[in-house]
Write a protein that binds this ligand. Structure first.
Ligand code: NAD
Length: 285
């Protein structure tokens, strides 16, 4: 069994982004800029935003966070997004989800300029992904594809079982695999007999949020396991959706949690923001 080391690859990507940023600043006087919108006090969201901001600082991006109270109005968030859409120092806009219940999340995501949609959540970019056109792709599944590529794992013709079908993880993951010529099954909460599906898979990619959902008897020998889940165990430690200790004995490759898909998500946010900055600079030139 080999570990798919997301932390090591993320570090490598960060180094490359840093070099490109230095180059962009020197040659074009462009500093990539990311605006983050964070609503409320959810500790997980606060932790993610802080990690993203630190990563921006490390690679030399300009970053700004708009922190808003839980009872903020729809109009106030929309006005902030409109401002960021117009702001030429900002190349990427990230709205940290989930938003509070009084907010129409779809309307908010649709307001982000698709050229600054570094999370790839705008329906325009979703459509481009599904039709296999270039655009912005959600960071977590994009990071999984990069990790597979780094270890020369070709998904073409492989049976891939994606467990979890959210707009930010499972669905874009399935689209990326399909675009890379995999045979893809998508399972979710209503799937009957999950084990029947996972047992058939060469690659299982699980992003659900249930500790130990994928157990040893659900995995065929030599399968590749991508654990996208992030859960807080009773002892306070971060764990994924896979019963790691037991499944690791059976598979050929596995991502650890932490240190697997998580760091890749942040690395892809950096690379999407750099891509946006380059495209925006080319438009201005
Ligand atoms: P979500 O709640 O939006 O979606 C969960 C999905 O899992 C749904 O499609 C649901 O049908 C499915 N599901 C729920 N229980 C199931 C079960 N028992 N069997 C099969 N399917 C089931 O969640 P999300 O935002 O997609 O996040 C999923 C997980 O991925 C969470 O643990 C989250 O923390 C993690 N996540 C990790 C990263 C990362 O960077 N590694 C990024 C985003 C989300």
């Amino acid at each position: 069994m080999q570990i798919l080391d997301g932390k090591a690859l993320a570090n490598k990507i960060e180094e490359n982004v840093t070099l490109e940023v230095t180059d962009l600043k020197a040659k074009k006087n462009v500093t990539p800029g990311l605006a983050v919108i964070l609503v409320g006090q959810d500790p997980a969201s606060q932790a993610y935003v802080s990690m993203k901001k630190k990563a921006c600082d490390r690679v030399g991006f300009y970053s700004v966070s708009h922190e808003m109270p839980q009872d903020i109005s729809q109009d106030a968030i929309e006005n902030t997004i409109k401002m960021m859409n117009q702001n030429s120092n900002i190349d990427g806009i990230l709205v940290q989800l989930p938003l509070p219940p009084q907010i129409d999340t779809t309307k908010i995501l649709e307001l982000v300029d698709p050229a600054k949609d570094v999370d790839g959540f705008h329906p325009y970019n979703v459509g481009r992904l599904v039709t296999n056109l270039d655009g912005f792709v959600p960071c977590t599944p994009l990071g999984v594809m990069e990790l597979l590529k780094e270890y020369n794992i070709d998904v073409e013709g492989k049976n891939c079982c994606v467990v979890g079908a959210s707009n930010i993880v499972g669905k874009p993951m399935a689209s990326l695999l399909l675009n890379a010529n995999a045979t893809v099954e998508i399972c979710h909460i209503f799937t009957d007999d999950l084990k029947k599906h996972t047992l058939n898979a060469d690659i299982i990619l699980v992003g659900v949020g249930v500790i130990n959902l994928i157990k040893e008897d659900m995995v065929k020998d030599g399968a590749i396991i991508i654990d996208i889940g992030i859960n807080r165990a009773e002892n306070g430690k971060l764990v994924g959706d896979v019963d790691y200790a037991n499944v690791a004995q059976k598979c050929s490759y596995i991502t650890p949690v932490p240190g697997g898909v998580g760091p890749m998500t942040i690395a892809m946010l950096l690379s999407n923001t750099l891509k946006a900055a380059k495209l925006n600079a080319a438009k201005k030139a």
